[in-house]
Write a new protein. Sequence first.
Length: 260
Amino acid sequence: MHKRLWTEPYPRHVIFKWLLTAFIGGNVNAGGFMACKRFVTHATGFYTLFGIDAAASDWRLGISMLSVPMYFLFGVMIAAYFTDAAITRGGQPRFGLVMGSVAALLAVAALGGYFELFGLFGSSFHLEDDYLLLIVLSIASGLANSAVTTASGAVVRATHMTGLTTDLGIGVMRALFGYARSPLKAKEFYRNWLRLGALAAFALGSLVGAILFGLVQYLGFLLPSLIAAYVGNVGVRAVQVAVDGHTTVAQSPETGKTPT
């Protein structure tokens, strides 16, 4: 059960930060694909690429693709240590540190590409040139997705939309046909709107990214870097207030008790 730092309906400024993080996810995913022909903010494609490369007996490339999700996992675990695990221990989550790290990594991607540390922008994938870029973007994506998942109680995701689309489909059926009580229906409809908002933010981020990266290439990663810095610097204060007890911590819908 994911802990929620706020009761529903969530504060608007908090929702805005979550949607900005989903925007970052779409933006970075578009940039990664345009840079080296790899979607970079989720793990699914890399597992598939491993199978394709292994079937072609290109084990070096296949193992390399299989390793990329481990960097995403590393980012998730680091963020969870400073956020989810901190909350579980009764401490203060450090969302600002996590999102600041996202901002720094995306700035590395922008400047590294500008100073030709990676492959030529828009060229086919070359392991020697582009693997470092995959590492940087995957860690950043893991950090961001873990942070927003913890902050929203898993209502919103930031970097991949498959799970969120599944949650939306289940939520629609739950709201229409599962709940008999009106308050529970209203709550599920509310969460579905949040899920739709995250999907729209990710799509908008992809659109803006496609335009921006087409114009400035690697320097396009500076936009999501600045947004991540904004989310971490401004959004963290509201989170700390919530954890300090000035904002009510949500009760578990299963038990009716405050999570510990």
